[in-house]
Design a protein around this ligand. Structure first.
Ligand code: RIB
Length: 336
């Protein structure tokens, strides 16, 4: 057997059909009969033939690839969102090309420039830190869908997010119902999602006639951010009896800080996070949280993108999802 890679000509010869029929079959064209398709796929598999995606995309000017930027691969919720994105993208016969910029705007922009060089047909941003102007520039080249943020509006940008202000209110209202009055908030840093959750916290505290002044501790959407901010929060006198942490992964860090300081969750300090990460349901963590429908949001974002790819006149819309309180074991009645 020859050591060289099999070509489309070899597949055509083995299946006894023309090269153009092989090409149509590999692109899943409805013009190919099921019998011919089966013969061609069998020949390709026997020969170990792989399609040359780059050559194919040059030939028909379509990459059948969607570029996806994920904010932070250390936060497991992004895998849950990606599950939904992938399901939808695959159902259209497309593939995902995945990048991350590790929450750095310049790196995100450089990674997306590369995706566009690979001729991706659309972009999905699963959260990002780039400026609105930068994202709008990308949207002049290809349709864009943004998942978990709603603040960038443009005719070529669809957004899917939950109502972060309402979600934060739900978190505080839950703690108030449990009798907590010293409720501190660990923020998620300087970004719009964090700003909305802090706003919801302040609104709910004011509705409950509780003092939010001095109770917002700057944090980050990371386990370390939650850990450091919880240490700061616990040093206050009097210390809070409950923490609303801006996301679940930061809540995990906050729990570690509380336990290291000799206190226990929820007997001494109640903790509620935000997101509904799947890990939070494990018995050992049992994290009370405000859940967003993460996988569904991924699927809806990708669906909105394909709606525009298939019909450029389709208006880009915002899809608002409802946040939901999930009561588990890290919150309990306040002991003042
Ligand atoms: O970007 C970090 C956070 O924003 C995530 O945890 C999720 O809450 C998203 O909306």
């Amino acid at each position: 057997m020859s050591a060289s890679k099999p070509t489309i000509h070899d597949v055509a010869a083995r299946a006894g059909v023309s090269k153009s029929l092989v090409s149509l079959a590999l692109r899943q064209s409805p013009k190919v009969s099921p019998a011919s398709r089966a013969a061609i796929l069998a020949a390709a598999s026997e020969l170990g033939y792989r399609t040359n995606a780059a050559a194919r995309s040059l030939a028909d000017r379509r990459s059948r690839t969607i570029g996806v930027l994920v904010l932070d691969l250390h936060n497991p919720i992004f895998a849950q969102i990606l599950d939904g994105v992938q399901t939808e993208v695959r159902s259209h016969g497309y593939s995902v090309m995945l990048v991350t910029g590790n929450s750095d705007p310049a790196t995100e922009q450089a990674e997306i420039d590369k995706l566009l060089e690979f001729q991706v047909e659309g972009l999905i941003l699963i959260s990002h830190r780039m400026s609105d102007a930068t994202v709008r520039e990308f949207a002049r080249e290809v349709p864009v869908a943004i998942i978990t943020r709603q603040d960038v509006s443009d005719s070529n940008i669809a957004t899917v997010s939950n109502d972060d202000i309402r979600g934060a209110q739900l978190a505080v209202e839950h703690l108030v119902r449990l009798g907590h009055t010293r409720i501190a908030h660990i923020s998620g840093g300087e970004n719009t999602v964090s700003a909305d959750r802090e706003r919801g916290y302040r609104i709910a505290m004011s509705h409950a006639k509780l003092d939010a002044h001095m109770c917002v501790v700057p944090g980050a959407f990371t386990d370390l951010g939650g850990y450091n901010a919880a240490r700061t929060a616990l040093a206050a006198d009097p210390a809070p009896t409950a923490l609303f942490v801006a996301n679940d992964i930061a809540a995990v860090g906050a729990i570690a800080a509380i336990e290291e300081s000799g206190l226990s969750v929820p007997d001494d300090v109640s903790i509620i996070g935000y997101d509904g990460m799947a890990l939070g349901a494990l018995r050992s963590l049992n994290l009370t949280t405000i859940a967003q429908p993460l996988t569904e949001m991924g699927q809806l974002g990708a669906r909105a993108l394909f709606a525009r790819l298939e019909n450029p006149d389709e208006p880009s819309a915002h899809t608002a999802m409802n946040p939901e309180l999930i009561e588990r074991g890290t919150t309990a009645v306040a002991v003042q």
